[in-house]
Design a protein around this ligand. Structure first.
Ligand SMILES: *Cc1c(COP(=O)(O)O)cnc(C)c1O
Length: 397
């Protein structure tokens, strides 16, 4: 059976990326690899929209989150983190594990923190060293305006802003330098379209200053060691060579399509999924929506297990369930990374059929698919009437 992955990590791996990994392994001191790594490092700067070096760590995304905490802070430092979902919550857990005093801004899962809420906390705790946020909260499908949060943080404090961009990099507009983001993180099995195993982190000058002063324990994830090695185009430890070879191919694809086009594609596909779901009669969870993943309530009265089983075993479609208290309430459809229009038509069609087969029939077959196609038609039309990219992007936010 054909496997169709619609989960927000891991995400589908393009054929040419997978094939690159099947080549005989090369040695990491070999000129061939050194050339690949240099190119990857340049292209990562483009992806993050930064002049700073982007460090490639051998770990899943959480490793880069841990690296950020262990390298930036010192014992007893105070930070603010936003818990609006599982991944925001993780910032607090990592900080506490390292003896950092983490002040929680707990918001109802399913909405985004407002700039006012952050401003209020900064007034209350003027000595915080950092504000840790999640750009796209994968557990709830909610987007947070980190551009505005960054402005608020810098206007009201000396803190740095640390951004978990694990499902926003390669899906949402993100300009690390221009927006004054001090730390940006992502992972390989998300927008980068390669298997799990790499994480990425970039730091501003100001954040590097904190790294110099940090006294928390660290070894494998020492960014000072990574920085020293990178000065010679190297890594402090054996890199995950095969994944970096794959990353090289994936980044070339990203450069070829162009970041702006990729952001626009994610916006379009996410809108199509939302409209498709609504046309079937499904209620969306979370606001404002992420372009990476759409969270949807299970409709009342269906056999959820049957629905998911039918999707997976009859139609080959894997979607993600909900996490923690959202476990039996929502499911999540990913459109992050290697997806096109026909993939979206397919997933909405499969959802329609699986719903009909598990006892939900308050729609006509094809309602969702038609809504999806209408969104694509709208985008085609606006492409013809608007040739100004700026205008196009701003109209659809
Ligand atoms: C996937 C993800 C992570 C990291 O998870 P890993 O399993 O360690 O890769 C962190 N934050 C967000 C928002 C994510 O989507």
């Amino acid at each position: 059976m054909k496997k169709r992955l619609f989960t927000p990590g891991p995400t589908p791996v393009p054929e040419n990326v997978a094939l690159a990994m099947a080549q005989p392994i090369i040695h990491h001191r070999n000129p061939e690899f050194i050339e690949i790594f240099a190119r990857v490092n340049e292209n990562l700067k483009y992806l993050f929209q930064t002049k700073q070096d982007v460090y490639t760590l051998t770990s899943s995304g959480t490793g880069a989150m841990e690296a950020a905490v262990a390298n930036l802070f010192s014992y007893g430092d105070k930070v603010i983190f936003v818990n609006g979902g599982k991944f925001g919550e993780r910032w607090g857990e990592i900080c506490r594990a390292y003896g950092v005093e983490a002040i929680e801004v707990k918001i109802e899962w399913g909405r985004a923190v407002t700039p006012e809420e952050i401003k209020e906390q900064l007034k209350k705790y003027p000595d915080v060293k950092a504000v840790l946020v999640t750009h796209s909260e994968t557990s709830t499908g909610v987007f947070t305006d980190v551009k505005e949060l960054s402005r608020i943080v810098h206007e009201n404090s000396d803190a740095v802003i640390v951004v978990d961009g694990i499902t926003s990099v390669g899906a949402h507009e993100l300009y690390m330098d221009e927006w004054g983001l001090d730390v940006v993180i992502t992972g390989s099995q998300k927008g980068l379209m390669i298997p799990p195993g790499l994480s990425f982190i970039a730091l501003s000058e100001k954040a590097w200053g904190m790294v110099e002063r940090s006294n928390l324990p660290k070894y494998y994830f020492s960014l000072k060691k990574a920085k020293k090695a990178l000065q010679n185009g190297d890594t402090p430890w054996t890199p995950a060579i095969a994944l970096i070879v794959a990353l090289d191919v994936a980044l070339k694809m990203i450069k070829e399509e162009g970041l702006e086009n990729i952001w626009r594609r994610h916006e379009k596909l996410s809108k199509a999924v939302r409209e498709g779901c609504k046309a079937i009669g499904l209620k969306l969870f979370g606001e404002p929506p992420s372009y990476a993943v759409t969270a949807v309530y299970f409709p009342d009265g269906i056999d959820k297990k049957e629905f998911q089983r039918t999707l997976k075993y009859k139609y080959g479609v894997t979607v993600a369930g909900g996490q923690e208290h959202l476990k039996d309430k929502i499911f999540r459809i990913s459109h992050l990374g290697y997806y096109d229009e026909i993939d979206i038509v397919g997933v909405i069609s499969a959802i329609e059929m699986a719903l009909l087969e598990s006892g939900f029939d308050e729609f006509n077959p094809g309602d969702g698919v038609r809504a999806v196609q209408n969104v694509f038609a709208e985008y085609e039309k606006s492409k013809l009437t608007q040739n100004d990219d700026e205008k196009f992007l701003s109209c659809c936010h």
